[in-house]
Design a protein around this ligand. Structure first.
Ligand code: AMP
Ligand code: MG
Length: 405
C-alpha cells in the first residue's frame, strides 16, 4: 500500500504533456499556455491621460486660477502633434497621448472655458506626473507577461489580446473515456428494477473530467463480464488518452477490472493506496499506440469523486502541461472534530468558510460514508486526516484540498 503523495508523484512521473496546437483567442479560455508570452509593446504604449481635462505645464501655475491659451485638442486615438509652449494648455480626453511639453493633466471639473474656448481658467495647480500614466510604467516591451503552464482565464485573455496573440499556442486537450462497470447499473432514463441502481458515476466522472479540461466520451456500460470488459477497454484505448473505469476493483468475485487490464498486458503502477475512501484505486498504462493511461476507481460514488480528483485529474492536467497539476493543499481550522483511521489517510468531505479572524474554516460534513453522494454534493473541499490520528479535534489546523467545480 502506498501513500497518497507517492501515488500522485507516480501519476505525474508517468504522464507526458500532449502535443501543442494553436487556437483562436476566442477559443483559448480554460486552455493551458504552451509557450511564454512576451509583451510586444510598452504598456501604456505612450504617456496616456487618465482624466478628461487639460494637459498643462505645472510651472505655469505661479498664480491660481491660471489663465492658459487653448492650443488644441488631444482625443483617444487622435493625439495633438504640436509642442506645448509656456502659457498654453491642450484639451485632453482619457486615453489620449499626453502632448510633448506637457507634464501633467488637470481634471475638467476644476476648469472653465473663456472667450469661446480659446482660453481656459484652471482653479488648482498641478504637480508633475499628475493624472497621466507614464509609457511603459506597467510593462516594457520584451518582458514576459504570461508563462507556459498557466491556465488561461478571462483576465489573461485581455493580456493575450493586448499583445496581439490572435492565435494562442496551447496543449491539446486530452480525450478521456469513462466506462462504468457493474451489472446493477441502469441508465439514468430508466426505472431501476429490483436490485438495480441508476448509474451516477459516469456523469460525475465526465463532469469532473470536463472541469479538468478534457474532451469526454461516456462509453456504454461494461457490466461485470471479463470478456466484455476486456473488449471495451481495448476499444477505448484506440481513441482515449485516459480511460477512467468505475467499479470492479475491489475484492469481490465479480471485480474483473484488474484481470482485464492484465490480460491486455497493462503495466500496473499501483493498485492499493493508503486512502479512505479509495484504497483499491488502480493506475496502469496500456501497451497500445496511444499509451492510454487507465484509472480503475472504486465504484462507490464518493470514492469515485475523491480518487478521480486526486489521481486522474492530476494526469489530465499534466497532459495539458499545467505547471501545477495536482490539487493544491491549503491549511484550515477544523470547525468540528473529524474522524481519522488507523491505517489509512482520510479525505473527508467538508464545507469551507471563515472564522471571525478571517481564517479558513473547514466543517466536515455529517455523512453516511463513501456511498453517501447526496451529502457529498454539498462538499466544497476534502479535509485530510493523516493515518494514525483517531480524531482531529475542533480548532486544530488541518490540510484541505478544494474540490473542483
Ligand atoms: P464496486 O466498486 O464495483 O464494488 O462498487 C461499489 C459500490 O458502488 C456498489 O454499491 C455499486 O453498486 C456502486 N456503484 C458502482 N458503480 C456505480 C455507478 N456507476 N453509479 C453509482 N453507483 C455505482
Ligand atoms: Mg461492481
Amino acid at each position: 500500500m502506498i501513500q497518497v503523495e507517492e501515488a500522485i508523484r507516480i501519476v505525474q512521473e508517468q504522464t507526458h504533456s500532449l502535443s501543442v496546437e494553436r487556437v483562436g483567442l476566442d477559443q483559448a479560455l480554460g486552455r493551458v499556455l504552451a509557450a511564454d508570452v512576451l509583451a510586444d509593446t510598452d504598456l501604456p504604449p505612450f504617456d496616456r491621460a487618465q482624466m478628461d481635462g487639460y494637459a498643462v505645464r505645472s510651472e505655469d501655475f505661479a498664480e491660481v486660477p491660471a489663465r492658459l491659451r487653448v492650443a488644441g485638442e488631444a482625443a483617444a486615438g487622435r493625439g495633438w502633434r504640436g509642442r506645448l509652449q509656456a502659457g498654453e494648455a491642450v484639451r485632453i480626453m482619457t486615453g489620449a497621448p499626453l502632448p510633448a511639453g506637457a507634464d501633467s493633466v488637470q481634471q475638467v471639473e476644476l476648469t472653465r472655458e473663456l472667450e469661446g474656448g480659446a482660453v481656459v481658467e484652471i482653479d488648482c495647480a498641478t504637480t508633475p506626473g499628475q493624472f497621466y500614466v507614464r509609457q511603459a510604467s506597467e510593462i516594457s516591451a520584451g518582458e514576459t507577461v504570461l508563462r507556459a503552464g498557466e491556465e488561461i482565464n478571462a483576465a489573461k485573455t485581455a493580456v493575450l489580446a493586448s499583445f496581439g496573440c490572435a492565435e494562442v499556442p496551447v496543449y491539446r486537450r486530452p480525450s478521456v473515456a469513462v466506462l462504468a462497470t457493474g451489472t446493477e447499473l441502469v441508465p439514468v432514463n430508466e426505472q431501476p428494477g429490483a436490485d438495480q441502481i441508476r448509474d451516477s458515476n459516469s456523469y460525475s466522472l465526465a463532469a469532473y473530467a470536463r472541469l479538468a479540461g478534457a474532451d469526454v466520451m461516456r462509453l456504454p456500460f461494461a457490466g461485470d463480464e471479463p470478456e466484455l470488459l476486456r473488449q471495451a477497454i481495448a476499444e477505448a484505448s484506440s481513441s482515449a488518452d485516459v480511460l477512467v473505469l468505475s467499479g470492479g476493483v475491489s475484492m469481490g468475485v465479480y471485480d474483473f477490472t484488474k484481470t482485464a487490464l492484465r490480460s491486455l498486458g497493462a503495466e500496473i503502477f499501483f493498485e492499493r493506496v493508503s486512502l479512505r475512501p479509495g484504497k483499491p484505486t488502480v493506475f496502469a498504462r496500456l501497451p497500445c499506440e496511444r499509451q492510454t493511461l487507465v484509472f480503475g476507481l472504486p465504484g462507490n460514488p464518493v470514492s469515485v469523486s475523491v480518487t478521480f480528483n486526486l489521481f486522474a485529474r492530476t494526469a489530465i492536467r499534466a497532459m495539458q502541461g499545467c505547471a501545477e497539476s495536482a490539487l493544491v493543499r491549503e491549511w484550515a481550522v477544523l470547525a468540528r472534530p473529524a474522524r481519522g483511521a488507523l491505517e489509512r489517510t482520510s479525505y473527508l468531505p467538508a464545507t469551507l468558510g471563515t472564522d471571525e479572524e478571517g481564517r479558513l474554516l473547514a466543517e466536515p460534513l455529517k455523512w453516511g460514508g463513501s456511498s453517501d453522494f447526496v451529502a457529498f454534493a454539498r462538499a466544497d473541499a476534502l479535509v485530510i486526516v493523516p493515518a494514525g490520528i483517531k480524531t482531529a479535534e475542533a480548532g486544530s489546523v488541518v490540510r484541505v484540498v478544494r474540490l473542483p467545480g
